[in-house]
Design a protein around this ligand. Structure first.
Ligand SMILES: [Zn+2]
Length: 293
């Protein structure tokens, strides 16, 4: 396995009560930030790549850039498809070298969601590739994916138990009230539901839409079984607002490094704070002692 196993990384997080930050990649700078902060913190890096980003960067470029980062890193680097929409997309990234995929069949009725997710697991597991599934529907806008609040639905514990048992997924994105993109007001996470889903599945859980959730709510979710938190919107905002600030009133500035560099530094600060919040700083399994031993 070229890239690291997400299942291994998440099992360690679950056992040691921290969460790994899944940083969505939008360009080279995002990828560098994710791996550089992970290196500083001796934390695993999960590079989340959406289909839209693959269309933007090109699949070969995406894998080549991630490979370059991984070759230099001393921490595990997972290359993960975020919200894979079909078996064909999964097969495509698997062939290209991804170590982990999410199949998001949550738009289908439960039986169809289970069947497609199971099919993806059957393709991936013999190749040592890990699979994340989604149950319930996470609302909001992510990339080209738009789920209206009216059709967003929370995951049911009894269905979660069946979903995990029948599919064999390594991680479960269970909708518990978080959303992609911007929140209107304080997001209401259903912690009772989360605890029950964790109890009946004992699978690492994934919190999508991690941007904009209160720190205390994220910490509580991690204490109840969340082992991976996806962050994108907040990073995009920090990055873009920095570019905007630098360019504002500097009409003579034309070197991309002069605005992308500060944007990268600002995003690094934001990601660092998230990793700290997740407890993903020097987890014993990946820290200096583990590297030496
Ligand atoms: Zn998501």
């Amino acid at each position: 396995m070229e890239f690291a196993s997400m299942a291994t990384v998440l099992r360690d997080a679950l056992a040691n009560h921290y969460a790994v930050g899944h940083v969505n990649i939008n360009n080279l700078e995002f990828l560098q930030v994710a791996v550089e902060v992970a290196e500083e913190d001796h934390s695993p890096a999960i590079l989340g790549v959406s289909e839209g980003v693959i269309q933007y960067m090109g699949l070969d470029y995406t894998v080549a850039m991630a490979r370059a980062a991984k070759n230099q890193a001393r921490v595990p680097v997972v290359l993960h498809l975020d919200h894979g929409s079909s078996f064909a997309w999964v097969a495509r990234v698997v062939r290209a070298g991804f170590s982990s995929v999410m199949i998001d069949a949550s738009r289908y009725p439960l039986d169809e969601n289970i069947a497609l997710t199971r099919q993806v697991v059957e393709l991936c597991h013999p190749l040592g590739i890990d699979v994340e599934g989604e149950l319930g529907r996470i609302g909001g806008t992510d990339d080209d994916l738009l789920v209206d609040a009216r059709v967003a639905a929370l995951a049911r514990p009894d269905e979660a138990e069946r979903f995990v048992r029948d599919t064999g997924v390594d991680a479960l994105a269970a909708a518990i009230g978080s959303a992609h993109g911007h929140y209107h007001g304080r997001p209401q996470l259903d912690f009772v539901r989360l605890a029950e889903i964790h109890r009946v599945t004992s699978t690492p859980l994934v919190l999508h839409g991690g941007s904009g959730i209160l720190d205390e709510d994220i910490a509580r979710a991690i204490s109840l079984g969340v082992a991976k938190v996806n962050i994108n919107t907040e990073n995009q905002e920090v990055f873009t607002s920095t570019v905007r600030q630098v360019l504002l009133g500097h009409d003579a500035l034309y070197d991309p490094r002069k605005y992308l560099g500060p944007a990268k530094e600002a995003m690094k600060g934001a990601v660092r704070m998230k990793f700290r919040l997740f407890g993903a700083v020097n987890p014993a399994s990946w820290g200096p002692a583990a590297a030496a031993g």
